[in-house]
Write a protein that binds this ligand. Structure first.
Ligand code: CAA
Length: 375
């Protein structure tokens, strides 16, 4: 049975900070950000937007391609930006999208690796329940402290992926190379709102994990480097993915996979799958039947190299124009607003639009409240 990605979509904030503005305010040469790190913009989130509201928007878009939403009987919400240690963020998504209540829902966490883990679970679940569909969501908003080397690599987005049999976008291949190790390269204690990290150690461990995973992938698949037609790499910042590609392949151009991430910044769990959407949307050649190598890395750490083959007719499932417009239509915010957003505040009296139909209205009696926007 073929199992894989039947629909995929992403969503991000309606607001953006240009990294040229950040560079000026932080007294850094902008070339360090746009050349050295490979980022030009980052999505920034007003207080009424969170990992749930952007996830609902991404999921709504992905589900618009699905005829019978009631076939979804599992929602896996992958995140490292959770605001609740008990309740799954996926419960809000099921509720606001009106999916069947005959549905298993849970969160999954392992830094930026968690969507990949969720896809593995979904694949096993569909193998046992061929008529089911699983909605996998990765949603993260990434915050580092001010004036740190991580600050220009913040960002955020949600990706929603429908996994099913006979997938219309890409089929999972059965091969994988996995590597895990205990390392303090990036973490966020439960009491912290911003991630802590050892940047150089994290970049070193990412590249070390890549080598080990790729070798294990080649051994398990009996494929060679030349059998990979296209490649996507987890992109905490685009230069990291470029270094990864250079380490594995002498001649592969991964520009098309990084177009969206360069503008969004790090979206952690969603990042690798936004690379995949960007690759599919922006590759001019027909990709029917082509193999895409995927490298997933989650600090701490767990990493996996695996591959997909693109389904025939995948291009009918793409929404490239809408994706490009979503990014180019974002409103640029001032540095003052950026500093306010960092603390979940906004300019008094100014209304900030949500990306989708649901808005986070506040926290009352320690309960997070959401409402559907009036149109
Ligand atoms: N013009 C052009 N390039 C410049 C420049 C200038 N004026 N100044 C510096 N550069 C270049 C440097 O030469 C360097 O290039 P190379 O990497 O090719 O050598 C690059 O810009 C970065 O410069 P530094 O090494 O001085 O950068 P830094 O100390 O500010 O830190 C970083 C960079 C470690 C990646 C930092 O952004 C960071 O800590 N980020 C957060 C952690 C992270 O993203 N880690 C990635 C792996 S972990 C992971 O993948 C999980 C996850 O999502 C977080």
């Amino acid at each position: 049975m073929k199992i894989g990605i039947d629909a995929i979509a992403f969503s991000t904030s309606k607001y953006v900070l240009k990294l040229s503005t950040l560079a000026e305010k932080r007294g850094v040469d902008y070339a360090k950000y746009c050349v050295g790190i490979g980022q030009t913009e980052m999505s920034v989130f007003p207080p009424n937007e969170d990992i749930v509201t952007i996830a609902i928007d991404a999921a709504e878009k992905a589900l618009s391609a699905i005829e019978n939403k009631n076939e979804i009987d599992m929602v896996i919400f992958a995140t490292e930006s959770s605001f609740d240690l008990s309740k799954s963020a996926g419960i809000y998504v099921r509720h606001f999208l009106g999916l069947s209540d005959n549905c298993r829902i849970f969160d999954l966490k392992q830094a930026c690796y968690s969507v990949t883990a969720a896809l593995q679970l979904a694949k096993a679940y569909i193998t046992c329940n061929p008529n089911s569909k699983v909605l996998v969501i990765g949603s993260d908003i990434v915050k580092y402290s001010k004036n740190t080397s991580g600050e220009p690599t913040q960002g955020g987005a949600a990706v929603a992926i429908v996994v099913s049999k006979d997938p219309r976008i890409a089929e999972f291949e059965p091969y994988s190379g996995v590597y895990s190790t205990e390392i303090m390269d990036f973490w966020r204690p439960t009491y912290a709102t911003e991630a802590l990290f050892d940047g150089k150690l994290s970049a070193h461990n990412y590249l070390k994990s890549l080598d080990i995973c790729f070798e294990r992938y080649l051994t398990s698949s009996k494929l060679s480097e030349q059998d990979i037609d296209y490649a996507c790499f987890h992109a905490p910042f685009c230069k990291m993915a470029r270094k990864a590609s250079k380490q594995l392949f002498s001649d592969k151009n991964i520009d098309n996979s990084l177009i969206y991430n360069e503008l969004i910044g790090n979206s952690c769990s969603a990042s690798l799958y936004i690379c995949l959407i960007s690759l599919l949307d922006n590759t001019k050649e027909n990709m029917d039947g082509k193999r895409v190598g995927m490298f997933s890395y989650g600090s701490g750490s767990v990493a996996e190299y695996f591959s997909l083959t693109v389904s025939k007719g995948y291009d009918k499932m793409l929404t490239a124009k809408a994706n490009r417009e979503m990014l180019s239509n974002r409103t640029e915010i001032s540095f003052e607003e950026y500093e306010l957003f960092r603390n979940n505040q906004a300019l008094p009296g100014k209304i900030y639009e949500n990306v989708g139909k649901v808005t986070m209205t506040g926290i009352v009696n320690d309960k997070r409240e959401y409402s559907v926007k009036r149109i």
